[in-house]
Design a protein around this ligand. Structure first.
Ligand code: SF4
Length: 360
């Protein structure tokens, strides 16, 4: 696919913290209140066409259209589940594609966003890892995913309330863009989502987990464990070869000590692979070495892959072992099973690649 980057003179509203946008607009000779007006159109009124920004003069509207970009993703596919889950496949002019999902749960509207095109981690049970990573999404492309979901919710008078980086890609392998996006998503002058409602989910990059602990934002950290032992983890997650479980857990302890925020361990239950009582005992033992809670996720089967969804009785037994050992363990609700729930399947079906996370 031909690569058509954004014109270098254009700035993207989705890649600018309000301060930076104020400065850019100031360099055009405009007053700061003009930048605020533009942000209000975009983030409060969902207007991204400068022509419709009626409190700007005709000349200013024309200059704005020339110098700023207000999102360029095309919604290539959209699926809506019976349970209200909305899944979008977005495509940008540079050829990048990303899946983004809105998961409703009571008053919450959670965006599950992608950080890369494909994924370098290669989990054996995931559609995203099959084709490897094709590239990093830019900060603007990450923020635009949330904006695109807000557009879907606009008619109902709703907005995204929570964000999880659990779509395609390893967010800590695209650290700079992800962190800049988090700042913009969090900023009251932009998307205004509380940092406590933002979760970074990683397979575990110890140094980056330590870096995260030094960011001045109280985000949540989730570590995709998926196995209680090093050997099983290496079988399931090829990337686990690079970083030992001990190093990852040591970084997680550091994160807790520095931020006071309990870490979540994500554990996808795969029938007959990692869902047995003995493995629950091993996991409980490991949890005792740190302050962590466990999120159990029933596997969503992926066409063409051998892994199976676990039996409900095995899930209950697994959770009971954890709870009997005083480990706080929840089973995550399955959402959007009728619409290719596991990330990456939409993109796969679209025929542009084999990619996406199993985690929503
Ligand atoms: S489960 Fe997550 S980390 Fe693993 S390959 Fe899929 S997207 Fe990557």
């Amino acid at each position: 696919m031909p690569v058509k980057p954004l014109s270098p003179e254009k700035i993207s509203i989705f890649a600018q913290l309000p301060d930076a946008f104020d400065r850019a607009v100031g360099e055009w000779g405009w007053p700061a209140f003009r930048a605020r007006q533009i942000r209000q159109w975009v983030f409060e009124k969902f207007v991204t066409n400068p022509e419709q920004m009626s409190n700007l003069s005709r000349a200013d509207r024309a200059m704005l259209a020339e110098r700023a970009d207000f999102g360029s993703a095309e919604v290539v596919r959209r699926q809506i589940s019976d349970d209200g889950t909305i899944k979008l496949l977005l495509r940008w002019p540079d050829g990048h594609e990303a899946e983004t999902v809105m998961i409703p749960d009571g008053p919450r509207r959670t965006a599950c966003v992608s950080s890369q095109v494909g994924c370098p981690v290669g989990c054996r049970f995931c559609a995203s890892g099959i084709g490897g990573v094709k590239g990093n999404l830019t900060c603007a492309q990450i923020v635009e995913q949330v904006y695109a979901l807000n557009l879907q919710l606009r008619e109902a008078g709703e907005r995204i309330t929570n964000i999880v980086f659990m779509g395609m890609g390893e967010p800590l392998a695209n650290y700079a863009a992800v962190m800049e996006a988090v700042r913009i998503l969090h900023d009251p002058g932009a998307l205004n989502i509380g940092a406590r409602r933002i979760t970074i989910s990683t397979v575990g990059v110890p140094q980056r987990i330590r870096d995260l602990a030094h960011e001045q934002l109280p985000m949540n950290l989730a570590i995709s464990l998926h196995a209680p032992t090093e050997s099983l983890r290496k079988q399931l997650i090829p990337w686990a070869e690079h970083f030992s479980l001990a190093d990852i857990l040591s970084a997680a302890r550091y994160y807790f000590e520095r931020t006071g925020r309990e870490v979540t361990l994500e554990y996808i239950l795969l029938a007959g692979v990692n869902d047995q009582v003995e493995q629950a005992r091993q996991l409980a033992k490991l949890c005792k070495t740190m302050r962590a809670n466990v999120n159990l996720i029933r596997y969503n089967e992926v066409e063409g892959l051998e892994y199976k969804r676990p039996k409900s009785s095995d899930v209950v037994a697994f959770q009971e072992v954890l709870r009997d050992n005083q480990v706080n363990a929840h089973v995550r609700k399955s959402r959007g099973r009728d619409i290719d729930a596991a990330c990456g399947q939409l993109r796969r079906k679209e025929g542009q690649g084999r990619s996406g996370s199993n985690e929503p």
